[in-house]
Design a protein around this ligand. Structure first.
Ligand code: OOG
Ligand code: NI
Length: 466
């Protein structure tokens, strides 16, 4: 029996091989990431592994795909369900992006600590919103929905195997191999000619709409390695002559703890594609849809911590508007230095970030000697009874995601903001795909609470910490 995590690891590895063959610059990105990670490990020792073992970090990838309908979303959820990946978080990129990005998204990922440690592969998955009148008029919507309803992204055999893997927690070896052989090519760039006129009709609304609804298949559009020093990675890629987007998205580089997620990318490459002209002839042209992205992960923030992050983004936006000649990264660093706690322990004490708590050796000795522990978690940490281990942020950031989409669009597209958008939320998406879209905060909190309960028991305290 091949278990779900083994299927997930094998799927991620084969996808990586496939993507490396298709997009050679991805291989460069992976090589440079590995070099940077090795250097950081040498320089910082055990501290470099504070947010994940080097084994996990080196294998870690996230992919991104885009689908057209709730039904396709429901099917892709079954394929990822086979790999032990669950929908977490709801991202409305229609709101987060300044240009036309008519999608709502979730991320499929493992949710428990052990599964994440085995292989944390995740896929940011976006779904087109043809019903949103800000982007599509009635006629275009109808054409788009008809086009999408006539395509099949996932074969019935793949879906049957996926359901079986999910129900049985894995597949026998032969079936596992068959599943992988069917699943991986599903995300390959299709060689089927693209209907040029139809593609361009959609492109006038949004390049994302064209990438999703202009073709008869889906494809992964980037596969992102994780790096321990993204500023260094950025420098080395630039040195190699790879043109990166002009910023690193997310929190700035600063002296305090790494939180949430920092990402950067290189622009989509012009790739040769077969195009079908209105008279039926096929020519070759190029389309830009696939790019390279890299990320550095930090500590997961609580709702309060996240609200502070969002407020700081607004502060930095204002400062950048007032001081257009100062680099944004500098303004961000100043705001962070002023408003964010400078140590992990302060983040924990102020309830801004998630940690798991573990009894220190010292605590056992003290208990044996008859010492009584303090009853607040902050004091327990301060007095060395308990260690706080940061929980890694496993999710995404809507504004960064919108930035990644935008930096790779060919044009702004068209969005009629006078119209009212169709409302979608996590609950709607849960109903559409027939699975609960989980709340990331609740997942981190559960992990934290579980560790607190264990520590309380070990210390002989009954339950609730202050
Ligand atoms: C997804 C962009 C978002 C991220 O890392 O924030 C994303 C897409 O381009 O389909 O992957
Ligand atoms: Ni990404």
């Amino acid at each position: 029996m091949i278990s779900q995590w083994q299927l997930r690891a094998a799927f991620a590895a084969r996808l990586s091989d496939m993507y490396g063959r298709e997009v050679p610059a991805y291989t460069t990105l992976v090589d440079v990431s590995r070099e940077v990670n090795e250097d950081v490990l040498r320089a910082r020792g055990a501290d470099a592994e504070r947010l994940g073992s080097i084994g996990r970090v080196t294998a870690e990838r996230h992919g991104a795909i885009r689908v057209g309908t709730p039904q396709e979303m429901q099917q892709v959820a079954r394929v990822f369900g086979a790999l032990g990946m669950h929908p977490v978080g709801f991202y409305d990129l229609r709101e987060a992006a300044a240009s036309a990005v008519p999608v709502v998204s979730t991320a499929f990922r493992p949710i428990d600590g052990e599964e994440l440690a085995r292989n944390p592969f995740r896929v940011f998955t976006s779904m087109l919103t043809p019903a949103d009148p800000r982007f599509f008029d009635d006629e275009l919507r109808a054409r788009l929905e008809t086009f999408l309803s006539e395509r099949e992204l996932f074969s019935p055999e793949l879906l049957t195997l996926a359901d079986r893997a999910e129900a049985e927690g894995g597949l026998p070896e032969a079936e596992a191999e068959r599943f992988l052989q069917l699943a991986v090519p599903t995300f390959e760039l299709s060689t089927e000619p693209v209907d040029k006129a139809w593609y361009e009709t959609l492109e006038r609304v949004s390049a994302v709409a064209a990438d999703i609804g202009g073709v008869r298949s889906t494809h992964i559009n980037h596969l992102t390695p994780r790096v321990l020093d993204i500023d260094e990675l950025y420098r080395r890629m630039t040195e190699r002559g790879i043109e990166m987007i002009d910023t690193i998205q997310g929190p700035p580089a600063w002296k305090g703890p790494d939180v949430l997620l920092r990402q950067t990318s290189f622009r989509a490459l012009a790739e040769p594609r077969a195009l079908r002209l209105p008279d039926g002839t096929v020519t070759s042209g190029t389309l830009r849809v696939r790019f390279g992205e890299v990320e550095a992960r930090g500590i997961a923030l609580t709702r309060e911590g996240r609200a502070l992050y969002d407020r700081l983004l607004t502060t930095v936006d204002r400062a950048a508007a007032a001081q257009p000649h100062t680099p944004r990264s500098e303004l961000a660093r100043a705001a962070w230095t002023e408003h964010l706690p400078h140590t992990e322990n302060e983040l924990a004490a102020q309830g801004l970030a998630y940690f798991t708590y573990h009894l220190a050796h010292l605590a056992r000795e003290r208990l044996r000697a008859g010492n009584r522990p303090p009853t607040s978690i902050t004091e327990l940490v301060e007095q060395g009874w308990v260690h706080a281990q940061p929980i890694v942020y496993e999710d995404f950031l809507p504004r960064s995601a919108a930035g990644i989409f935008q930096s790779n669009l060919t044009g702004e597209g068209a969005k009629n903001s006078d119209r009212t958008g169709t409302a979608y939320d996590a609950e709607w998406l849960s109903g559409a795909i027939g699975r609960d879209v989980l709340d990331p905060f609740a997942l981190y909190e559960q992990q934290q609470n579980h560790s607190l309960a264990l520590v309380a028991r070990e210390l002989g305290l009954d339950g609730a910490f202050k």
